[in-house]
Design a protein around this ligand. Structure first.
Ligand SMILES: NC(=O)c1ccc[n+]([C@@H]2O[C@H](COP(=O)([O-])OP(=O)(O)OC[C@H]3O[C@@H](n4cnc5c(N)ncnc54)[C@H](O)[C@@H]3O)[C@@H](O)[C@H]2O)c1
Length: 379
């Protein structure tokens, strides 16, 4: 198989996982990374064992050995980094949220279509075997007509006023904080699993922690910054959201999103109720799928390649009882996207399920872009 060169812009918290995932594929060479300065790029490149280090994304996208550009920068850099990569004719894999508003997402889709390259967004929860199992069961009619799709994505790493991230600064993260950051994962996931699009939303967006103490140096997601030189900053974006949803086909839904919910670390779950059965999947117990029935005992399907359907089986790599996890699902997404690139396919060709595109994001954001300023914000 022809080897593919990967370059990554933004080697922070999630960037390291992109590198780890593509290395596991066996036919991808991690060629270069770009950070915000030559010095920080060299430091990161040495730590991650990457040969080339660039102090600007413009230099990385110009490197002929880089065929695929991964964008893991803070949200405000997604548009310029992706446009530069597309202008150089590179395939692009961007982390979510693709852009800070619907208009920019559409602009990126148009540019990617014009460039004729492969474009993907890392909605990595699609790569979980039991997510694919749920999707297969719903598509096969095992749940009957769907009437309710609901769930939550809750974390606690922004609970204290001393917790800080660029995500909370509108010029870096966008007008939306928790919804853009993690709510975007949930929306993509349920649309993917249920095969239904969210067509209307009614949201109450709340800022629980109205003033935060910003540290003098930036900190990675989930990390606590030092206490020196902190300055109070007023926060206007939401750290809590409660949302009513309508899906095409008539199903109703609800979603709670928060990054200020003590005890919840990466608490993403969804439940789908149909006229014949229900399904529930919880990210923190991702090797289990709950199946609810009225006239038969409820069951918990444990991830096992011999027990799941053929689509889900393609995403399992270990026998039953051997837990698969977040990084394995992430790798599954990369396998889908890089397999597509390696086969020389075009975006008009059929794509494997865990491969989310700029188009998927654009369709969602056009349907229900969060208004700016938010519909309702309470303290
Ligand atoms: N898929 C997921 O589960 C997941 C998880 C975390 C983050 N993300 C997304 O990934 C992106 C990055 O998030 P993160 O938590 O890794 O952030 P981070 O702050 O840890 O990393 C961002 C990196 O970008 C670098 N950077 C800043 N300016 C740059 C520039 N001009 N050129 C090159 N590099 C620059 C920073 O130095 C840092 O290393 C965000 O869009 C976020 O939403 C996705």
């Amino acid at each position: 198989m022809k080897r593919i060169g990967m370059g990554l812009v933004g080697p922070g918290f999630v960037g390291a996982h992109h590198i780890d995932a593509v290395r596991r594929l066996g036919f991808v060479d991690v060629v270069a990374i770009a950070a915000s300065s030559d010095a920080s790029a060299r430091l990161k490149a040495d730590a991650l064992g990457v040969p080339k280090a660039y102090g600007s994304y413009q230099a990385l996208v110009a490197d002929p050995d880089v065929h695929v550009v991964h964008n893991t920068t803070p949200n405000y850099l997604h548009v310029p980094v992706i446009l530069a990569a597309l202008a150089s004719g590179k395939h692009v894999i961007s982390d979510k949220p693709l852009a800070m508003n619907a208009a920019d997402a559409r602009r990126l889709l148009d540019a990617a279509t014009e460039a004729g390259v492969v474009h993907a967004v890392t909605f990595n929860y699609r790569g979980n075997p039991l997510v694919q199992q749920a999707r297969e069961m719903i598509a096969g009619g095992e749940l009957g007509d769907l009437h309710f799709i609901h769930g939550a994505y809750l974390q606690d790493w922004l609970l204290e006023p001393t917790d800080f991230s660029w995500r909370l600064e509108p010029d870096k993260g966008g007008a939306s904080s928790a919804m853009g950051d993690i709510g975007s994962h949930w929306c993509d996931l349920v649309q993917h699993v249920a095969g239904r699009r969210i067509v209307e939303v009614l949201a109450e967006l709340t800022t629980v922690v109205g003033t935060r103490l910003k540290p003098s140096t930036s900190t990675e997601a989930f990390a606590r910054g030092g206490d020196e030189g902190r300055q109070p900053v007023a926060i206007h974006s939401e750290d809590l959201a409660t949302i009513l949803l309508r899906f095409d086909g008539g199903a109703k839904g609800s979603l709670s999103v928060g990054q200020v919910c003590a005890g919840h670390k990466n608490g993403l779950w969804f439940e789908v109720n149909g006229r014949r059965a229900s399904l529930r999947w919880f990210q923190e117990r991702q090797n289990e799928l709950w199946i609810g029935r009225r006239d038969a005992p409820n069951a918990t399907l444990l991830k096992d390649p011999s027990l799941v359907g053929p689509s889900a089986r393609a995403y399992t790599h270990l026998p039953g009882g051997h837990q698969e996890a977040w990084a394995d699902a992430f790798c599954n997404v990369m396998r889908d996207v890089y397999g597509f690139i390696a086969a020389g396919k075009k975006m008009s060709d059929q794509r494997p399920p865990a491969f989310a595109t700029f188009e998927d994001v654009t369709a969602l954001s056009a349907n229900c872009a969060l208004p700016t300023p938010p519909l309702a914000t309470s303290r």
